[in-house]
Design a protein around this ligand. Structure first.
Ligand SMILES: Cc1ncc(COP(=O)(O)O)c(C=O)c1O
Length: 454
């Protein structure tokens, strides 16, 4: 990880690019920053191509300087939205200050905007191991999924079936249920095993039929941290020629996706869960994006991926989404963005396993605390949900906040999970670890929950 001095140098490099370069020059400039940045990383603290230290990672997040009631704030609310590093905000500010224009016109800032959007598209493609033409931007995952469902489901009818799961966020349920109302499609819901927070695969196999057109499944549960066996789901779907839509919103902040290996048809994610701004990203296989009749304005482009994107995009947000992927890649060394991402994710994963184990064991040792979802040995993200006997989740969250510990509570729109667990409107308290989480913060959380539960 760079020192502050190095960071300043890189930033001033970025600002030296400002005197109105052509779009090609500007993009080359940005690429040079990334290459120089990685050279610096490999020649300083990255000589062994290991992950940047948590201390260095934390230095990029101004939000971590916040103090509440004289306590340093520990952000455990990553599953609801992570904090944003300086590099991402600077990339967005740089775009707005110096390159802001609408797209596809014959003057420098417009050309620079085209180049910036393509650069962000390529970053998302590298992130998923997909092609840039398969990356669609939109307001958020929910909006993109409704848009896709409407277009994909237009030819579906009463003989067709869609599979959703109890474990999913409702953003991967409601868009498909709408097709039941609008087109008479039958929607079948795969059960969750309440004890383990995992999918019931017998229920899955019973649900899938020759009439199944689409399986809509989450890669990981934002409520319980469960990681689903997507390979198994895709195999079952392929056996009946069904398409597969993956909600990867809670998965991609914790594990690197490889679309080419996974071979799903669609996948959605949200940059604000992986250190970026509030922008949604949809992957779709090119042949499908090209063949689906998406509702669009006549003068809008007919080619994928632009034909899927409606109106003027959140361009600064898209630049920020690309920058958040470059931020993640910058945490490790490597020759390509994808190689750096692979190393960074490997290191972050190892770190998060230790944090999860510490958090789980600490909370489990407190009388009156009940933990939900898979144990740390099972495939899971570092998101741990719990309740405290006799204390409403809202009150737990408030008392923790008073100690500078910021956690979300409720059902997180994974409403069916919380219903199946037999929890009322108070739902769960959720502790999510992110790349900036420290062991000390985990210990503070455990200590505070122990105090609240007495
Ligand atoms: C697993 C999961 N899916 C979908 C969503 C919805 O994402 P967005 O807010 O981008 O619509 C969320 C948001 O919390 C989520 O956690």
């Amino acid at each position: 990880m760079r020192s502050t001095e190095q960071r300043t140098q890189t930033n001033s490099l970025r600002y030296k690019l400002k005197p109105r370069p052509t779009s090609g020059e500007w993009l080359n400039g940005v690429l040079n920053i990334i290459i120089n940045h990685n050279r610096q990383m490999t020649t300083t603290s990255q000589t062994s191509m290991t992950l940047a230290s948590t201390t260095d990672i934390r230095a990029s997040f101004p939000a971590l300087q916040r103090v509440h009631n004289q306590c340093p704030v520990a952000y455990f609310d990553g599953p609801g939205g992570t904090q944003v590093p300086r590099q991402v905000v600077e990339a967005m500010a740089d775009y707005l200050y110096h390159h802001n224009a609408n797209t596809h016109w014959a003057y420098p800032t417009s050309e620079e905007t085209d180049a910036a959007l393509e650069n962000a598209r390529q970053a998302c493609a590298d992130f998923l191991h997909a092609s840039a033409k398969e990356i669609v931007f939109g307001a958020n995952m929910t909006t993109l999924t409704f848009h896709l469902a409407r277009a994909l489901g237009a030819p579906y009818g009463s003989g067709d079936e869609i599979i959703v799961t109890e474990l999913d966020h409702h953003a991967n349920v409601a868009p498909w249920h709408h097709l039941a109302v609008e087109r008479g499609v039958r929607v079948t819901t795969v059960k969750m095993v309440a004890d383990t927070g995992q999918l019931d695969w017998d229920s899955f196999e019973r649900s899938i039929t020759k009439r199944t057109k689409l399986v809509a499944i989450g890669a990981a549960s934002n409520a319980l941290g469960t990681i689903n066996d997507l390979t198994r789901a895709i195999q079952l779907a392929r056996a009946v020629d069904a398409l597969v839509f993956v909600d990867a919103v809670h998965y991609v902040p914790h594990a690197l996706m490889d679309i080419r290996v996974l071979d799903c048809d669609f996948l959605a994610m949200s940059a604000y869960k992986f250190y970026g701004p509030h922008v949604g990203v949809l992957f779709g296989k090119l042949s499908l994006l090209e063949s689906i009749n998406f509702p669009k304005l006549i003068p809008a482009p007919d080619v994928a991926p632009e034909k899927v994107e409606t109106g003027t995009q959140n361009q600064e947000g898209i630049v920020g989404a690309g920058a958040s992927i470059d931020f993640l890649a910058s945490l490790a060394g490597g020759l390509s963005r994808r190689a750096r991402l692979e190393l960074a994710y490997k290191g972050l994963h190892e770190r998060s396993l230790e944090l999860t184990r510490r958090l789980w064991d600490g909370l489990a040792s407190i009388k009156g605390v009940r933990l939900y979802g898979p144990t740390p040995e099972m495939p899971r993200t570092p998101t741990v949900s719990f309740t405290v006997e006799g204390v409403a989740s809202t009150d737990v969250a408030r008392k923790l906040a008073a100690r500078g510990l910021f956690l979300s509570h409720g059902d997180f729109y994974a409403t069916t999970v919380v219903e199946r667990l037999g929890l009322g409107t108070e739902g769960l308290v959720r502790a999510g670890c992110a790349c900036y989480t420290t062991e000390n913060e985990i210990d503070r959380l455990i200590q505070a929950v122990a105090e609240i539960s007495c």
